[in-house]
Design a protein around this ligand. Structure first.
Ligand code: SR1
Length: 349
């Protein structure tokens, strides 16, 4: 089709989705329920944190699954700005999308706009932000299990008495859930002493955390274990131990994994010895499937959980695992999830 013809059709409002979203004329899926039988479904993914490996992989997984479903997925980047994220939910409503996925954020800034979307007939799914609404399914990575796996390894490696550093920023649903387990583990093991608590979530989480970690290690040279349950935190702590030359005296236990993390974990002399993680691309795909099911009039369930696996430095080295794709191949439980599936939903490739 010539450019002039495309522009004329766009002017008439016929090609707006195709030109702006890229797949408004995506073919439908034979045998799928409406509106997926015809294609061209529009969904918005409104994020709060846009930077970092976890969130990039989550978005890539969401895009792949959307493509398989003929969904035109528009991603809004919140950049850790609650007011901007709220505004973007409103923009998505005004764009006339059929579904919205809200990824992290501050519940108080989002609850009423999420309700506004529901009132407009738009289906809403939340990932890692508790919107406390029976009509909004909640996707999470089973953060309790995740923290139990990482801390179980910390106890196995270090016994039940050690001086610890803890990286935590309150107000993020997954971190708050992981914190509940940290508190339980400390209570059950009074020999664990939390000597320092620090952390920052911003555009440069790893480097900000590194600066704080250096100060914490200088003030508490007897810290031997750090629980850093977010890979950007763990990366920051590793930067600090490397810079201070204390990587042989400290062990780091984290959450999340990416190919870059695997390189850091398996590097010679690395203090980062274990992480508990899902494949974030799988979580992104699950979020899209959940909203697709709602749009099709099906119930994906209210609590949608993607289970994490424990990944240790020892196992990665022994199996020669270098990338997330290697992990997918070696650990089927990591590379796929049957959450929010349906016979008519093609798997994300
Ligand atoms: C600031 S919240 C960061 C966490 O969100 C996701 O749940 C990831 O697992 C990450 O650890």
């Amino acid at each position: 089709m010539k450019r002039r013809t495309i522009l004329r059709l766009a002017g008439a409002g016929l090609l707006v989705g195709s030109l702006l979203g890229g797949s408004a004329f995506a073919e439908g899926i034979a045998g799928a329920p409406a509106p997926f039988d015809k294609g061209g479904v529009k969904v918005a993914l409104v994020t709060f944190i846009s930077a970092g490996d976890f969130f990039q992989a989550y978005q890539a997984g969401a895009q792949k699954q959307a493509k398989e479903l003929g969904i035109d997925l528009q991603i809004f980047s919140g950049r850790q700005d609650a007011a901007a994220q709220r505004e973007q939910v409103e923009q998505a409503i005004n764009l006339g999308v059929q579904g919205i996925i809200i990824d992290h954020g501050q519940p108080e800034a989002l609850k009423d706009v999420a309700q506004k979307a529901l009132d407009a007939g738009i289906k809403v799914v939340a990932f890692d932000v508790n919107l406390d609404n029976p009509k909004i399914p909640q996707v999470e990575q089973s953060d309790h299990e995740l923290a139990k796996a990482a801390l179980g390894q910390a106890l196995a490696d270090n016994g039940t008495a050690f001086n610890a550093g803890y990286v935590y920023v309150a107000g993020f649903a997954p971190l708050d859930r992981r914190n509940e387990i940290w508190e339980e583990v400390k209570k059950a093991n009074p020999g664990i002493v939390e000597k320092a608590h620090f952390g920052a979530v911003n555009d440069t989480t790893a480097t900000s955390t590194a600066d704080q970690a250096k100060a914490a290690f200088r003030a508490n040279p007897d810290i031997t274990v750090v629980f850093a349950p977010y890979d950007e935190f763990a990366r920051g702590v590793k930067l600090a131990t490397d810079e201070l030359g204390i990587s042989d005296k400290v062990k780091i236990y984290s959450a999340d994994v990416s190919t870059a993390d695997i390189t850091e974990i398996t590097a010679e002399g690395s203090p980062w010895v274990a992480t508990a993680a899902t494949n974030p691309a799988v979580v992104g795909a699950v979020s899209v499937r959940a909203v697709a099911k709602l749009i099709a009039g099906e119930d994906p369930g209210h609590n949608i959980v993607v289970k994490p696996v424990l990944i240790t430095q020892k196992d990665l080295r022994a199996a020669g695992i270098k990338t997330v794709e290697d992990l997918d191949a070696k650990l089927p439980a990591f590379g796929q999830s049957d959450a929010a599936t349906a016979p008519w939903i093609p798997a994300a490739k």
